[in-house]
Design a protein around this ligand. Sequence first.
Ligand SMILES: *[C@@H]1O[C@H](CO)[C@@H](O)[C@H](O)[C@H]1NC(C)=O
Ligand SMILES: *[C@@H]1O[C@H](CO)[C@@H](O)[C@H](O)[C@H]1NC(C)=O
Ligand SMILES: *[C@@H]1O[C@H](CO)[C@@H](O)[C@H](O)[C@H]1NC(C)=O
Ligand SMILES: *[C@@H]1O[C@H](CO)[C@@H](O)[C@H](O)[C@H]1NC(C)=O
Ligand SMILES: *[C@@H]1O[C@H](CO)[C@@H](O)[C@H](O)[C@H]1NC(C)=O
Ligand SMILES: *[C@@H]1O[C@H](CO)[C@@H](O)[C@H](O)[C@H]1NC(C)=O
Ligand SMILES: *[C@@H]1O[C@H](CO)[C@@H](O)[C@H](O)[C@H]1NC(C)=O
Ligand SMILES: *[C@@H]1O[C@H](CO)[C@@H](O)[C@H](O)[C@H]1NC(C)=O
Ligand SMILES: *[C@@H]1O[C@H](CO)[C@@H](O)[C@H](O)[C@H]1NC(C)=O
Length: 451
Amino acid sequence: MFLSLCFVLFIIVSSQNIPDPRYAQASALVDAKLYFFGGKLKSGFVTSGVWYLDLESLSNATMYSWHRGPSIPVAYYSGTSCVSVIDNSTVFLIGGIMYTPDTPNLNFDSKIYIFDPNKPQWNLPRFINGNVNFVMRNNIQAVINKDDRIFIYGGQNFTSNNSSNTMYNDVNLLFATDHNNIIWETLLDTDSTSTPLPPTGIPPTAHFIQYTATLLSNGLIVYIGGIQETKATSAALITELKLFDTNAYWWSSQNVNGDPIESRAGHTAVLAQNGIIIIYGGYANRNNTLYNKVTPDVAKLDTATWTWSAPTISQANAPPLHALHSAVLYGNYMIVAFGLNVSGSTGLIPDNNSLTVSNNIYILDIQNYSWVTTIPAIPTTIPASTTTIPAGNQLPDNRILQIEIGIGVGGAILVEILSFFGYWYYQRRHQDLNSNYFIYKGVYFAFILSF
Ligand SMILES: *[C@@H]1O[C@H](CO)[C@@H](O)[C@H](O)[C@H]1NC(C)=O
Ligand SMILES: *[C@@H]1O[C@H](CO)[C@@H](O)[C@H](O)[C@H]1NC(C)=O
Ligand SMILES: *[C@@H]1O[C@H](CO)[C@@H](O)[C@H](O)[C@H]1NC(C)=O
Ligand SMILES: *[C@@H]1O[C@H](CO)[C@@H](O)[C@H](O)[C@H]1NC(C)=O
Ligand SMILES: *[C@@H]1O[C@H](CO)[C@@H](O)[C@H](O)[C@H]1NC(C)=O
Ligand SMILES: *[C@@H]1O[C@H](CO)[C@@H](O)[C@H](O)[C@H]1NC(C)=O
Ligand SMILES: *[C@@H]1O[C@H](CO)[C@@H](O)[C@H](O)[C@H]1NC(C)=O
Ligand SMILES: *[C@@H]1O[C@H](CO)[C@@H](O)[C@H](O)[C@H]1NC(C)=O
Ligand SMILES: *[C@@H]1O[C@H](CO)[C@@H](O)[C@H](O)[C@H]1NC(C)=O
């Protein structure tokens, strides 16, 4: 087996450990580690790869520190993830479009994957009270409350390239009694008898996806933007928000005044202090073309007064307009990562390969609304006890492994080479195949293969 690999020609391309550009990945912040799950690459390849960025490394713009995590059991995009509020670490990866890794075969074996970052490993939950109405959903956003109840509105069903892409108008409620057993209930959108009870109030009349969902401290979920089912009529209006009360299972509508903020989908939202929601990016849907530019790129929603405002922000260090990216709030910094760069787009159909895909990180200081490239070593809101030593037995990222091939190849070098190919073989079986490279001891190897 290894002999046939001797013809592999490998080149060290970089000592930097940086994931490929991607979009529609899921993300989750656990302590100071910002995880990214799956995503679609520019080539159209859907990855099962997991990466995390050590946010403490953002204190030095030249030293952003990336690490790999164990791959998801499926190639994954357009799903959603959330972190247990009870243990602050278990990640629930829910819905999404899933394939058997490295194949074009859709794989909906599980509706949820559970990631334990401490081990680290992936687990499948065992469902109890799984409901009959649920079918696979994508382009959703989950929120999780203080009791680890997960709420998911609507979503789209994806079956094949020719699917009719049904959009749903229900609320799914997942209750993770423990992390192996999940109670799954659908709160139906009709007044038929559903378990535990149907939502009341004014449910959304038009189904929508690619929205953001933000849970306020009073138990209200604020749904912002999205694309409506009737695509010709553009996005869900950002001046008329849908709210879902997680205590009373009650839908309502909320008009919002203030600065003109263009309606959008594929944006992100984070909750800052005092009930301020900050949104970034996204695209507008016009004349059945997606990825039209929206303005402004950053907007603030004050949920105490229900007013929009557009902060004045210098363009220094600002990202080109992104959509289908990730964003989290870390201390006083909104971190924007990956996604489609739609800054030059004038409206394209989905999957147009002229789209620019990003692997950049952008940081918005929300104290004074300025884009910055570094953040102080330890933000005041993050416990100082978080360690700066990478978890697990990560090896240094910046080491160039010298492979010496000479006449007197020593035993140690032979062991290293066997270990190298063994690791490569493992990677081929377990990691992304998309990139024609892999990592060995923190070093990137790209190769040209002839088999
Ligand atoms: C950032 O890292 C680079 C490379 O290690 C180093 O040369 C530089 O001094 C660091 N900057 C700061 C502000 O620590
Ligand atoms: C999880 O985080 C919250 C908020 O920071 C904290 O109050 C809680 O004690 C944490 N729980 C655990 C188990 O660490
Ligand atoms: C979907 O279409 C793409 C490109 O047309 C193709 O590569 C892929 O195999 C198709 N997937 C399925 C599941 O049919
Ligand atoms: C998508 O919807 C169709 C029709 O409702 C259903 O038959 C199918 O099972 C759904 N697909 C998945 C993956 O759940
Ligand atoms: C997908 O749609 C095209 C065009 O409508 C049709 O020719 C093709 O047979 C369909 N494929 C499947 C698998 O249904
Ligand atoms: C939609 O297309 C029509 C015809 O091409 C054009 O006149 C109209 O301005 C477009 N509308 C928007 C919102 O771009
Ligand atoms: C974003 O896209 C624009 C227009 O296509 C391009 O000019 C710019 O270089 C891109 N920026 C990045 C960071 O990819
Ligand atoms: C993709 O985008 C390019 C550049 O905007 C455009 O010329 C082309 O027609 C688009 N293709 C499709 C299939 O939309
Ligand atoms: C915003 O605050 C940061 C530090 O808190 C500072 O470095 C930066 O210069 C400020 N930017 C503006 C535009 O005031």
